[in-house]
Ligand binder design. Structure first.
Ligand code: GLU
Length: 303
């Protein structure tokens, strides 16, 4: 995989059509990358829930907004061998352990002294070989990283220096699927991604991912965790919120150009009904001036 010029990226899960919140994050990722001379990559995070046809529709919708990208689009499902190799390498370095805990056992376990809320309590960290053999007969293990840090600091354009928890997080689930936190780090490093722009619901994952990058010998990227789009109740926008995809909105008479205008307006980059395109938004783009609050999207927005 090429690693020449540094890159930014957008990494959707092809589990359905992109909604206005996803599209706004994609526009921001494009703006951050293109205004800093980076390549812009699209990566399909399809290890979990891939819905047939949704990759093509997502790419078409991004294209309709004017988001362009540097080919090829890669798919995580094509890279399982690579993840397996990296997990094997971490294992050989003594950096992993098998974990047999259920979610419930983890929630109910007394947390280790000084451990932050929600951190893995360490139950399986020091099992003997005999204990592991006994447990394997009942349940296939997940694989966790043996973290030697409790927290890690990342650099975020919008949040500044952000320090968050690093626990012994899962890098391979017990069904054998590589965990998101592993795949994202392996791929960003392999693709030369040094700028990660995504929704701020993932800010608390960044320290774990940056820590793992350093274990793998890659410098962590710079992050920009951008505010989310919320519905009228203040809950993260989802497809249950009515007409929120380009196709839904077109069906209600709202053209894609209007969707882009409202996204631009919400970012302080254009008038509410102004005709805009991405190069124009790039000329106006200033990360320091971006709104730091979520965008509350109501049906009135499209009137
Ligand atoms: N695939 C993740 C999502 O759709 C994004 C992961 C990332 O940008 O690091 O929420």
């Amino acid at each position: 995989m090429s690693t020449h010029a540094p890159a930014g990226r957008y990494a959707p899960s092809p589990s359905g059509d992109l909604h206005v919140g996803n599209l706004r994050t994609a526009v921001l990722a494009w703006l951050f990358a293109r205004t800093t001379g980076r390549r812009f990559l699209i990566r399909m995070e399809d290890l979990d829930r891939a819905v047939a046809g949704s990759e093509a529709r997502q790419l078409a919708d991004l294209g309709a907004l004017g988001v362009d990208w540097d080919p090829p689009v890669i798919r995580q499902s094509d890279r399982r061998g690579r993840y397996r190799d990296i997990i094997g390498r971490l294992h050989d370095e003594g950096r992993t352990f098998e974990c047999f805990c259920t979610r419930r056992e983890i929630l109910e376990a007394p947390s280790a002294p000084h451990a932050p809320q929600g951190a893995y309590p360490g139950t399986c960290r020091d099992l003997t070989e005999a204990q592991r053999t006994e447990r394997r007969a009942h349940r296939p293990p997940a694989i966790r990283i043996r973290a030697d840090a409790a927290e890690f600091e990342v650099d975020d354009v919008l949040h500044g220096a952000y320090t968050g928890v690093v626990d012994d997080f899962v890098i391979q689930r017990n069904d054998g699927t590589p965990a998101y936190n592993l795949a994202v780090v392996v791929d960003d490093a392999a693709q030369g991604v040094d700028q990660v722009v995504r929704g701020d619901d993932l800010l608390s994952s960044a320290p774990r991912q940056a820590y793992l990058a350093t274990l793998l010998g890659s410098p962590p990227p710079t992050y920009a965790h951008v505010p989310m789009v919320l519905n009228a109740e203040g809950v993260r926008l989802s497809k249950r919120d009515g007409a929120v995809t380009l196709a839904d909105l077109a069906g209600e008479g709202v053209p894609t150009s209007t969707v882009l205008a409202r996204i631009a307006h919400s970012l302080g980059l254009g008038g509410r009904t102004e005709t805009v395109d991405l190069p124009l938004l790039a000329d106006r783009f200033d990360p320091a001036a971006l709104p730091r609050q979520p965008w509350i999207l109501t049906d009135d927005e499209w009137v």
